[in-house]
Design a protein around this ligand. Structure first.
Ligand code: HMG
Ligand code: MG
Length: 311
C-alpha cells in the first residue's frame, strides 16, 4: 500500500440537483431546482451538476432539464454539467447551451441493462460518437462508471472490469472519470485496491470518487482515496439522492460532511460551509425531506441554540 501526501486543495462536484433530485419520489418543481442550483453555486461550489437529458419515460424527475438550464443564472467560473445517455440527449444539451456533459457507463452488465437498457460494450459504442460530437462542439465530457465497488444485481465487481470501462471512457476523450460506488457497499481497503488497479490504466489525477453513503462508508472511502492521490470528489448537499435503478441506495456523501472533513484536514475547497448548510436546510424544508448531513444538522442545531441563548 502506498500513500501520497494529501493535496492542499480538492475539487468538489456537487451532484445534489441531479443525483439527489432524480431519486425523489415526487417531481420537484423547476423553481426549486433552479433556486437550489443557484444557492449551491453561491456557496462556492465550483461544479454543480444541474440535470440530466435522459428519457423522461425512464426518469420523469429530470423531464424539465431544458427549463432548468434556461432558467439558472450561470455564475462566471462555475461549471454546470449535465448527464447525456446518447446523441439525442447531447443534441438537447447543446441546444440548452450546456458547456459540459457527462456520459455514464457501468462496470456491471446487469446494472447497465437496467439503467440504460444496453450492454456495457453497446453503451461504450454509443458514447464514442457522443464524445466526438461534444468535443467538436467545444463541450467537455466527463465519464462515469457505476458499480465500481459492488452491484445491486451481481454483487462483487472485479477492479479490472472497472479499469476496462474507465480506460475506454478516457480513450474516447473524457477529461475525468468519476468512479461510482452506486450502492455504497465499498470500504476503504476495497476502495484503495480498486483505485490502484484503475490508475494503472487511467492516471489518478484524472479520476474522481463518487461514494454513495448507504453503508456509512463514504467519508472513510474519501480519506482512503485522498491518501492515494484522488483530488476530485462528488457529493450531494444534505446527502440527497440515490439511483432509481439501484433500489435502497441512499444519497452521496453529504457535501456539508465532506467540506467539514476537508476543513479539518486543512484542505481547501473554496466552499463557504455556513452558506452550504443554509442551502441544505432550505432544500430539505422545500421538499419535506430529512437532512441526511450529520454536519449540516449539527451546525444548524448549534446555531439555533446560540440564537436562543442570545434571545
Ligand atoms: P431506450 O428505451 O432503450 O431508448 O432507453 P430508445 O432510444 O429506444 O428511446 C425510447 C424513447 O425514449 C423514445 O421516445 C426516445 O425518443 C426517448 P418515444 O419514441 O418512445 O416517444 N429518448 C429520449 N428522450 C429524451 N432524452 C433522451 C432520450 N433518449 C431516448 N436522451 C435510454 C435508453 C438511455 C434513453 C434510457 O434508458 C435512459 O434515459 N436511461 C437513463 C437512466 C438514468 O438517468 N439513470 C440515472 C442516472 S445514472 C446514475 O445515477 C449513476 C451515477 O450517479 C453514478 C453512480 O452513482 O454510480 C451517474
Ligand atoms: Mg450516483
Amino acid at each position: 500500500m502506498s500513500t501520497t501526501p494529501r493535496p492542499d486543495r480538492v475539487t468538489l462536484v456537487e451532484v445534489g440537483p441531479r443525483d439527489g433530485l432524480q431519486n425523489e419520489p415526487g417531481v420537484v418543481p423547476t423553481d426549486i431546482k433552479v433556486a437550489l442550483i443557484e444557492k449551491l453555486a453561491a456557496a462556492g461550489l465550483p461544479v454543480v451538476e444541474a440535470t440530466s437529458f435522459v428519457s423522461p419515460k425512464w426518469v420523469p424527475q429530470m423531464a424539465d432539464a431544458a427549463d432548468v438550464m434556461a432558467r439558472i443564472a450561470r455564475r462566471p467560473g462555475v461549471r454546470y454539467p449535465v448527464l447525456v445517455p446518447n446523441l439525442q440527449g447531447l443534441d438537447a444539451a447543446l441546444t440548452a447551451r450546456a458547456e459540459e456533459v457527462a456520459v455514464f457507463a457501468a462496470a456491471s452488465e446487469s446494472f447497465s441493462k437496467r439503467n440504460i437498457n444496453c450492454t456495457i460494450d453497446a453503451s461504450l459504442d454509443r458514447f464514442a460518437p457522443v464524445c466526438e460530437a461534444a468535443i467538436a462542439a467545444g463541450v467537455r465530457v466527463r465519464g462515469y462508471v457505476s458499480c465500481v465497488l459492488g452491484c445491486p444485481y451481481e454483487g462483487d465487481i472485479a477492479p479490472a472490469a472497472v479499469a476496462h470501462v474507465a480506460q475506454r471512457l478516457a480513450a474516447m476523450g473524457c477529461f475525468e472519470v468519476s468512479l461510482g460506488d452506486t450502492i455504497g457497499t465499498g470500504t476503504p481497503d476495497a476502495t484503495r485496491r480498486m483505485l490502484e488497479r484503475v490508475a494503472r490504466d487511467v492516471p489518478m489525477a484524472q479520476l474522481a470518487g463518487h461514494f454513495h453513503d448507504t453503508y456509512g462508508q463514504a467519508l472513510a472511502n474519501i480519506v482512503a482515496s485522498l491518501d492515494i492521490g484522488v483530488t476530485t470528489f462528488d457529493s450531494s448537499v444534505a446527502g440527497l439522492g440515490g439511483c432509481p435503478y439501484a433500489k435502497g441506495a441512499t444519497g452521496n456523501a453529504a457535501t456539508e460532511d465532506v467540506v467539514y472533513l476537508l476543513q479539518g484536514l486543512g484542505i481547501a475547497t473554496g466552499v463557504d460551509l455556513d452558506a452550504l448548510v443554509d442551502a441544505g436546510t432550505w432544500i430539505c424544508d422545500a421538499i419535506g425531506r430529512t437532512n441526511a448531513s450529520r454536519a449540516g444538522r449539527a451546525i444548524a442545531a448549534k446555531r439555533a441554540r446560540t440564537a436562543q441563548a442570545a434571545a
